[in-house]
Design a protein around this ligand. Structure first.
Ligand code: ADP
Length: 356
């Protein structure tokens, strides 16, 4: 059944601020600060206890057998620690790290130098591994299985394939879209770890530790307030901490108290549940334009004028986790909690909406 629009997209969205994330666009200085806050050893990693414990066992076994670690895949929304784990693991193993990105690999020849450069027991981190084209993916299957590559030299009648043996090493893949990974690739990772959003206690601890690294005074209540509003995401916790620090320096003597923290977060448009202007714009669109749904992700993205990937990877996971929305075969649905949070009237419950 075609759903009627309540108001035109432009009218309904006119009064909303342009979405802006505190983590957007880091310059070099920012990047350096970011690196300073990244844990460098497994013992500095906060939260994700089960993942850490499994990694410790795998690392210990590899060390005892003097073998390279099995291949590991990390998946989960941005900012939850995939790159952090990929950096920490080679440090724990006392080995070197190469970093590649799936989106930069267009053909097997692009990944070949990384494979031949890999020293024994080293780590090759492939970020956004779901973006590897099929030809590259198939090329690395024999690498992942028995450290062998088949390279074709020449073409036409002169083409011949040579078989190269590589030194054994570890591939660590990271993806925000594990569903886009093919079965054969996924199955070639011995460990597959899904990173969950962090709870408030862990985020508070991350903020306390990083405040001390940044040499800024912060009381427990303020650390908890920032933690609660960090969307379950350490990267955002770090960025909000730095913003609150700037605010405290500009408006007061530099140390952070609850009043300053709240005022600073308010100024960034982060509400008590941690939703920012992007999240609220999503909920407003789903509720005001699509009457609470069901609405397809393409239609929502088009109306908000953002990429489908941004909604799928960055916005929806947290709204799903907060139970503000559900995904149904017919599209996205707003739950009662979303109507309540946005102060909007809901005329149908979620089950009735599913029938549309
Ligand atoms: P991803 O690769 O999943 O996008 P990152 O590993 O880049 O995320 O994490 C972003 C930042 O968050 C890191 O620089 C680090 O400072 C912080 N961080 C991530 N995970 C943790 C953790 N478990 N403990 C402490 N800090 C963390």
């Amino acid at each position: 059944m075609a759903r009627e629009r309540i108001v035109s997209a432009d009218d309904a969205l006119d009064d909303l601020p342009e979405p802006e994330r505190v983590w957007d666009e880091l310059d070099n200085h920012e990047q350096a600060l970011h690196e300073k806050l990244r844990p460098s050893r497994l013992e500095d990693v906060i939260g994700q206890r089960e993942v850490v414990e499994r990694l410790m066992i795998a690392l210990d076994a590899a060390r005892k057998r003097s073998e390279p670690l099995g291949h590991i895949l990390f998946d989960g929304p941005p900012g939850l620690g995939k790159t952090t784990f990929a950096n920490v693991i080679p440090k724990e193993m006392g080995t070197s790290l190469q970093i590649a990105n799936g989106s930069a690999m267009t053909a097997p020849k692009d990944i070949l130098p990384y494979l031949t450069n890999a020293s024994e027991g080293s780590v090759l981190f492939i970020d956004e591994i779901h973006r590897l084209p099929m030809a590259v993916e198939e090329f690395i299957y024999p690498v992942m299985e028995d450290f062998r590559v088949d390279v074709t030299l020449g073409d036409g009648l002169n083409a011949r394939t040579i078989n190269m043996q590589l030194r054994p090493f570890t591939i660590i893949g990271a993806t925000t879209r594990s569903g886009m990974l093919s079965g054969p690739l996924r199955n070639r990772f011995q460990l597959r770890e899904h990173l969950e959003f962090y709870n408030v206690e862990d985020l508070t601890e991350i903020i306390r530790r990083n405040a001390s690294k940044l040499k800024v005074g912060i009381d427990d209540l303020s650390a908890e307030e920032i933690g609660r509003r960090s969307r379950g995401t350490p990267r955002l916790a770090n960025n909000l901490l730095r913003w609150v620090r700037d605010y405290a320096t500009s408006r007061a003597d530099g140390s952070i108290n609850l009043e300053l923290a709240r005022a600073a977060l308010e100024m960034q448009g982060v509400d008590e549940q941690g939703l920012d202007s992007w999240d609220r714009k999503y909920l407003q669109t789903l509720i005001r334009i699509f009457g609470g749904g069901p609405a397809g992700i393409d239609a929502i993205a088009h109306t908000m004028n953002v990429a489908v990937d941004t909604l799928h990877d960055e916005i929806e996971p947290f709204l799903l986790r907060m139970e503000f929305i559900v995904r149904s075969p017919r599209g996205r649905l707003a739950r009662q909690a979303a109507f309540d949070h946005m102060g909007m009237q809901n005329n149908l419950d979620t089950d009735q909406r599913r029938l549309f």
